[in-house]
Structures are given as structure tokens and as C-alpha cells.
Design a protein around this ligand. Structure first.
Ligand SMILES: C[S@@+](CC[C@H](N)C(=O)[O-])C[C@H]1O[C@@H](n2cnc3c(N)ncnc32)[C@H](O)[C@@H]1O
Length: 370
């Protein structure tokens, strides 16, 4: 992908190398093109945990000092600044009890950390477009528009991209996968088909709720269709997700989500009998569930050609008010037979654990998979 100022050093794009050494904090970190391009392949076994261990080793009175909250907020910024340099800092607030921060269990990250046996990102089959400037959703030649259109044979009015000109998700197409332009594309940073990869722009905070633990809250109004974040963490094979699900059920809390979108199931077709979705074990204080959610999770592909491994991107699906909690449904698409996406494997087994749902929606189901 070329920089917003044009394609200096990128006369013919792929095959050329463009490496910037200076970081411009208004743009994404430098990316190597062409021959230098390779997948970011992070292994779960290398997840950093030094800071978390350090804090957890502190005596309780020290762990509860307000300065620890600042350390938590700084750790979030530090871990995510490379991926979303424009993201407003996240604050941690608690007016409910004395807990200073969410538990220091997780390395807060925007990335996918690959578990045992999970293949690295498939960039061999990744195709970039060779558009000059920003891609045109009406283009008949842009490889990314073509890839996106493949899914919309039955939608005559489809605009060509999942995002409108302001970078907001076309909510009428929610549920269809998003194929963003990627690092092999020649289009510019201001291409409308680059949204999740540029990171969060809205202001959100981590706030303690009276009955659902910590949640994510809007610090100001957020327009519907806005990108909020990635449900990131460890990407696990089915059997490992299954094992973790059993353990989490004992604690009555889970961060597991199966990547089980309808179009993946459809793509697997009759050969899909043995197919098992990957599971994400999310690594941050995630959004809480609501039976009437104001956000949704949509699959999104950027530098990944493996259809089994989308990013789980979160978008607002209604206009959000200041201080409103951002929630999504752990049960996935309401039209999708209420198959839970949360709780991962084990959720439908004999050891499933339910708890009372505290979402407060008039049409609340009353219970929640843990
Ligand atoms: C992915 S975590 C969300 C963050 C969590 N609140 C925390 O403090 O870490 C999921 C857990 O949050 C709690 N939770 C989320 N939504 C809830 C709801 N609507 N009612 C009750 N508990 C909820 C449950 O304990 C659930 O297992």
C-alpha cells in the first residue's frame, strides 16, 4: 500500500521495496512492500506477560494504588499504538467499588496471537489491487471491489465496498464479510476500503458496571456504522478452545468466541463436515453482552487470504449516546438460530454454564452463556 502522498519509490508497486525509517504518528507504521512483504505471525506462546506478572506479584495494598491504573492505561496505549496511532487513549473508571483496574490477566492487544497448529496468515494467495489514488467502488477492474462483489450477486444495489464514503459500515450489508484493501494494494491511505486497519478513532473507556464486571463505554456520541475495535486475542484450534471452555465454565466467565460465520460454513460446502471453526480467546476487557445490542461483530479480512481466519471487527449499529455502554450479542446474528458465538466450544455441552443476563433490555432472554 502506498502512502497518502502518492507512490514515491513505488513506480511499479509489487516487487519494489519502500521502507520508511521515520515514523509519522499521523499515519500507520512503515510497511515493507513487494519482496519484503510477509505476514505478521505472532505466536501465542510469545505473548508478553512481564508487566502483568510484575503487577500481580505486588502486595495487595500496592496493587490497589491509583498509580496502577495509570500503568494499566499506559500499557493499553503502548500495546496498541503501532496498530492504531490515532486512537484516543482509553481511560479506566470505577465509581462502583474499589477495584482499581480490570484484572491483570491479559496482555491488551489488537492483534491475533496464533495458538498451536494454527497456520500463519496466508499471504501467498493474497491479491492486492493496482488502483492509482483511492479505489473507486464502481470500478470494474479493482481486484478488491471484485473480491467484495463476489459475495453480493443477489444484492443489486450493492455499492462495491462495505464502507460508505465516511468510512462507516453499510449496515444493510452487515453480516457479509469485509475485504479491506491490504498491504499489497497500490491505493492510498485515504482509500475508503481501509477502515479497521487504520484503527479506532472514537473515544471509549473501560468502566466498571454494577452487575456485569467491566464494560466499554462511549465517552462521546458515536454515529452508527463506526468502527470501534477488533475482538483480538489468541486464535486457537477447536480442541484447545474446547479445553479452555471447560476451565472457564468453572470460573463462570469466558472470553471465547467461535469464528463460525455463515459464509465460511457455506464455503466449506459438503466437505465441511469435519470443519471446525477457530476460536478466539479475547485478551482484553471485552464488551459485555446485550440482548438488544448497539454494536455488532462483522468478519473482516485485511492481510489474510485464509477464509477461516477473519478478524472479528466491532461496529456500532445504532447512534450511541455519550456514556452509553457498547454491547454486542454473544448469541451472534439474531436470525442465525441463536447459535451462541460466545463461550466457544463446550458452550453447548453438558458442562455449559449459564448466568442471569443483566443487560436490562425489554426483550432480554434472561440468561447468558458464560
Ligand atoms: C467477555 S467478558 C466481558 C468483560 C467482563 N465484564 C469483565 O469484567 O471482564 C464476558 C463476561 O462478562 C460478564 N457479562 C457480560 N455481559 C453480561 C450480561 N449481559 N449480564 C451479566 N453478565 C455479563 C459475564 O461474566 C461474562 O462471562
Amino acid at each position: 500500500m502506498s502512502s497518502g502522498s502518492g507512490s514515491e519509490g513505488l513506480a511499479s508497486g509489487v516487487g519494489q521495496i519502500h521502507l520508511s525509517t521515520e515514523r509519522d504518528w499521523n499515519h500507520r507504521p512503515p510497511i515493507a512492500y513487494g519482496k519484503e512483504f510477509g505476514p505478521i505471525h505472532l505466536l501465542a506462546e510469545n505473548l508478553p506477560h512481564d508487566l502483568e506478572d510484575l503487577v500481580n506479584a505486588l502486595p495487595e495494598w500496592q496493587r490497589n494504588m491509583p498509580v496502577v491504573r495509570l500503568a494499566f492505561e499506559s500499557a493499553i496505549s503502548e500495546n496498541t499504538v503501532d496498530d492504531e496511532p490515532d486512537a484516543p487513549p482509553i481511560e479506566v473508571r470505577n465509581d462502583v467499588d474499589d477495584e482499581i483496574t480490570p484484572p491483570w490477566e491479559f496482555h491488551y492487544s489488537n492483534r491475533m496471537w496464533h495458538g498451536k497448529g494454527v497456520p500463519p496468515p496466508d499471504v501467498k494467495n493474497l491479491r492486492g489491487c493496482d488502483c492509482v489514488g483511492a479505489c473507486n467502488p464502481k470500478s470494474l477492474t479493482c481486484a478488491c471491489v471484485k473480491r467484495q462483489r463476489k459475495f453480493f450477486k443477489d444484492e443489486p444495489g450493492f455499492s462495491g465496498f462495505m464502507y460508505d464514503e465516511k468510512g462507516r459500515l453499510h449496515l444493510e450489508y452487515a453480516g457479509y464479510p469485509i475485504f479491506e484493501c491490504n498491504d499489497l494494494c497500490q491505493c492510498t491511505d485515504d482509500c475508503r476500503n481501509r477502515v479497521a486497519q487504520l484503527g479506532r478513532k472514537c473515544m471509549v473507556d473501560i468502566v466498571k458496571t454494577p452487575n456485569k464486571g467491566w464494560g466499554i463505554f462511549a465517552r462521546h456520541k458515536i454515529v452508527k456504522g463506526t468502527y470501534v475495535g477488533i475482538y483480538a486475542g489468541e486464535l486457537l484450534k477447536d480442541d484447545e478452545g474446547e479445553e479452555r471452555g471447560k476451565i472457564y465454565n468453572q470460573f463462570g466467565r469466558t472470553y471465547l468466541f467461535d469464528i463460525d460465520f455463515w459464509y465460511i460454513r457455506k464455503a466449506k460446502g459438503k466437505h465441511g463436515a469435519d470443519w471446525q471453526p477457530y476460536t478466539v480467546d479475547a485478551y482484553h476487557a471485552g464488551n459485555n453482552h446485550s440482548c438488544d445490542p448497539n454494536c455488532l461483530i462483522n468478519a473482516c479480512y485485511i492481510n489474510e487470504a485464509n477464509i477461516d481466519k477473519p478478524l472479528m471487527t466491532l461496529f456500532t449499529q445504532r447512534d450511541i449516546n455519550e456514556n452509553e455502554e457498547l454491547t454486542f450479542s454473544y448469541y451472534g446474528d439474531p436470525d442465525d438460530d441463536a447459535v451462541p458465538v460466545a463461550a466457544g466450544a463446550g458452550s453447548s455441552g453438558a458442562d455449559s454454564v449459564y448466568r442471569r443476563c443483566e443487560c436490562g433490555a425489554p426483550k432480554c432472554r434472561g440468561r447468558l452463556f458464560n
